[in-house]
Write a protein that binds this ligand. Structure first.
Ligand code: TYD
Length: 207
């Protein structure tokens, strides 16, 4: 089996930058790496972008803002495909899989929407547990500053209060899931990368 690493955090925490840097770090050491993300770029991910993230006008739920439960189910469906078609086969082929977001996003965000945490955990029971989850943690004030420069914003990152709940949820989840390790995302890109590499070496490579 390969290695499965997930990067989590609120919007604007720097996940995609760090996922890319970590992928390169592994590649430079001769590993075969699959860099991926959720929501995915498959039909399910596109549906999510249409129905959930932009409040789109087409699709199965014609124009309406969908219920929180339907939202959670769509993210879970996208993930089920992600696991079956990409994550599991890549791990079986001994590759390093790095995912920008995974089921911890569903727990943190959909719980913040008011859904029951235990139901969300049950719903995502099919999802392979990663070997390591890096939680990039920073105050919402800082993440909002970074997001201002982004052109496309999801429904979520406009709502500071929700982001605050999401951050708190992530920190609570880190107490429950031992594979989650918190990294201070206020530091420079280089320092954060160094912290992540140190965790990978310590937790996964036995250094
Ligand atoms: P994001 O990582 O911002 O994707 P992109 O930059 O490609 O648009 O994710 C979009 C939003 O979806 C983000 O605010 C978090 C949210 N989300 C959930 O609410 N639940 C989930 O299970 C996932 C994967 C994401």
């Amino acid at each position: 089996m390969g290695m499965f690493i997930v990067i989590e955090g609120i919007d604007g925490a720097g996940k995609s930058t760090q996922a890319r840097l970590l992928a390169k770090w592994f590649e430079d050491r001769g590993y075969e790496v699959v860099l991926t993300k959720e929501p995915t770029d498959t039909a399910f991910g596109k549906l999510i972008r249409k129905l959930v993230l932009t409040g789109g006008k087409e699709g199965i739920i014609d124009g309406a803002r969908i219920s929180h439960e339907a939202e959670a189910l769509l993210f879970a469906a996208d993930r089920a495909e992600h696991v079956a078609k990409l994550i599991r086969p890549s791990l079986e082929a001994c590759k390093v899989v790095i995912s920008d977001r995974y089921f911890y996003s569903s727990l943190a965000y959909q719980w913040a929407r008011g859904l029951d945490l235990e139901w969300l955990i049950d719903l995502n029971r099919f999802a392979i547990r990663p070997d390591l989850v890096i939680l990039l943690d920073l105050p919402v004030k800082e993440s909002m500053k970074r997001l201002r420069s982004r052109s496309i914003k999801s429904e979520f990152d406009k709502i500071v209060e929700l982001q605050k709940r999401v951050r708190e949820n992530y920190l609570k989840l880190a107490e429950r899931f031992p594979e989650m390790k918190i990294v201070n995302a206020l530091a420079s890109v280089e320092d954060i990368h160094r912290d992540i590499v140190a965790l990978v070496e310590h937790e996964l490579l036995g250094k």
